[in-house]
Design a protein around this ligand. Structure first.
Ligand code: FES
Length: 576
């Protein structure tokens, strides 16, 4: 169904007018070898590519972009590749989260400032999915997200290795002296065997699946392994489809409804999703004008975990998930809970794809009455330690910690924790509650994934593999354990986490959704009065701007000035 005529294309504003400025645009595109037949009356498609030489999860994008271009050309469009920040989770310090909003700004402004009618967004490594989508939502021209796809299963000494999760697991064995240096090198060589993003149900797999359930990817796209030939075909299909989306004028605002976000949360819960999903989904929703809060995750938390994928599951990885039917098969299990009328970039309803899905392995994608965890992959807790909320992943922690009381052992920073954690004289028992503060959005800075604090070495050697840990940091979606994260407000801005002291008794009750320190209110008031704010992390540059404008975790860590309600809408570039 065509809604747009060629004369209404946005790019026409650059190339159409009979004036000197447009002469410049036309002569310069001809300088690149294009003839008027290449652009005249054709949708111009931006391909926002997060490939770089230091982004292993996106290494194949250098080739896939050619497949996207092939699809665009087949459908009668003109593809233009626009490189964007690659945000490689493995290499960017202190954390990619410091730069998620920078990618969002870059995406929005790339699309705004160039003569493009639609966009294919190529991402997958953790922050690239929300970064690209945030920008595209705010720009609101037709856009489709092409997920990088998970890498192949890891392999070492006959064992299957999962990204992150098995790194943590075997590192504890190495610290305990059970794995030699030579064996460890083999683990390093075997855990990441191909291009593609992490293949556990970490943040990357979670966010690409959320993008698909939201309707921003072609149905079935997010589960295809990066190295599978189906991924090549999916890339070309995205190229073909975006051209039609331009003619249909199908924009993110037509797709991202409250029902779409409810669907995404339900699906994420059933996947045993990354805790990071909460922060990113809140930010995405608010850009789309949907007032999502932590309470919505609680409202929709009564969903069983059906995807038997590490770290919530104990056996399978994303490659197995794909062979079992992938995300569409999982959504099939959830048919009764989802709004299948929600739209997608394919042009129809989510239900069109879900109804025909098949489940090929009921151990990987469990039936509703045989879940790997009965309900609540994520739980939102509140209390006097985190009045604005914090998050735990009960499906990935030792059940005996879901109700726990123990004395706090407090570290003021990551550096202090790292220096002291393996001290043989550390005053710690398996019941101790480890607390690390000043690791939030401002304090980290950028809220690094430090929340899975290491178990103290002397406890590791005694066989302890889990204990209660609390911080205002995030943790990798591939991490596991009784880790309470995202405590808000963070300590750096004076949240109550700044007031807790070593020896205070901490009480955790996941069923009651509570996290408290047993300290009298009058004593907390005294401590608050003597608290002094730390020195700012930055005096100039991007970090300074970040500190001025970053929201707390419970509000999605967006910049205030990027939120949709901030100021008047930005105009299209003037024709000058
Ligand atoms: Fe890129 Fe994990 S490092 S997704």
């Amino acid at each position: 169904m065509l809604k747009r005529a060629p004369g209404e294309l946005r790019s026409r504003r650059w190339f159409g007018p009979d004036d000197l400025r447009s002469f410049g645009h036309r002569s310069r595109i001809m300088q690149m070898g294009y003839a008027p037949e290449d652009w005249r009356d054709r949708p111009i498609i931006a391909i926002v590519n997060t490939w770089s030489d230091i982004a292993p999860c996106h290494a194949h994008f250098r080739h896939r972009v050619e497949d996207v271009k092939r699809g665009v050309l087949q459908a009668g469009g003109l593809p233009l590749e626009l490189p964007a920040l690659s945000l490689s989770e493995n290499f960017v310090k202190p954390t990619t989260m410091l730069y998620r909003n920078m990618l969002a700004m870059e995406t929005e402004e790339l699309l705004r400032s160039h003569p493009v009618d639609g966009a294919v967004l190529m991402g997958g490594c953790d922050k690239t999915t929300p970064g690209l989508l945030l920008g595209a939502i705010s720009m609101n021209i037709p856009a489709i997200f092409l997920p990088a796809g998970p890498m192949l299963r890891g392999n070492w000494a006959g064992k299957t290795l999962g990204s992150g999760s098995d790194g943590w697991k075997y590192w504890d064995e190495r610290r305990a002296g059970n794995i030699s240096a030579v064996e460890w090198q083999d683990v390093e060589a075997g855990i990441a065997r191909s291009y593609g993003h992490c293949m556990t149900m970490g943040t990357a797999s979670t966010m690409t699946a959320i993008a698909e359930v939201l309707g921003m990817s072609l149905p079935g796209a997010s589960s295809i392994p990066a190295a599978d030939a189906n991924h090549i075909r999916m890339s070309a299909a995205c190229g073909r489809r975006i051209v039609d989306m331009v003619w249909e004028d199908l924009k993110p605002s037509d797709i991202l409804t409250p029902a779409a976000f409810d669907n995404a949360i339900i699906a994420a819960m059933s996947m045993g999703c990354s805790t990071n999903a909460i922060i990113h989904t809140i930010a995405l929703a608010r850009r789309a004008g949907v007032a999502l809060t932590l309470d919505d995750f609680e409202r929709l938390s009564d969903v069983p975990v059906l995807a038997n994928i590490r770290p919530s599951g104990d056996t399978y990885l994303m490659e197995d998930f794909y062979y079992a039917g992938g995300l569409l098969a999982l959504l099939k299990r959830l048919e009764g809970r989802l709004d299948l009328n929600a739209g997608t970039v394919a042009g129809g309803a989510l239900g069109d794809a879900v109804r025909g899905a098949r489940i090929h392995d009921g151990d990987v994608i469990r039936p509703i009455d045989e879940p790997i965890y009965r309900e609540g992959a994520l739980a939102v807790l509140k209390g006097n330690l985190a009045p604005d909320g914090c998050v735990i992943k009960p499906s990935a922690c030792d059940p005996r910690f879901l109700q726990h009381a123990g004395p706090a052992l407090v570290f003021d920073s990551y550096a202090e924790m790292k220096e002291r954690i393996d001290d043989p004289d550390l005053d710690v028992t398996p019941d101790t509650v480890l607390i690390m503060r000043n690791a939030g959005p401002q304090g980290g800075p950028g809220m690094p994934e430090w929340g899975m604090l290491p178990i103290p070495k002397k406890l590791v050697q005694a066989g302890v593999r889990d204990m209660v840990r609390i911080s205002d940091a995030r943790m990798s979606g591939t991490s596991y354990g009784a880790c309470i994260l995202h405590a808000a407000p963070e300590a750096f801005v004076g949240g109550p986490l700044a007031l807790v002291r070593t020896g205070d008794v901490i009480v955790l009750d996941v069923a009651a959704r509570r996290l408290d320190m047993q300290v009298e209110t009058a004593e907390l008031d005294r401590r608050r009065e003597s608290w002094r704010p730390p020195e700012p992390r930055y005096q100039r540059g991007y970090g300074w701007m970040f500190a001025q404008h970053i929201a707390q975790a419970n509000d999605g860590c967006d910049f205030d000035f990027l939120e949709t309600a901030f100021g008047a809408p930005v105009d299209e570039p003037a024709i000058l």
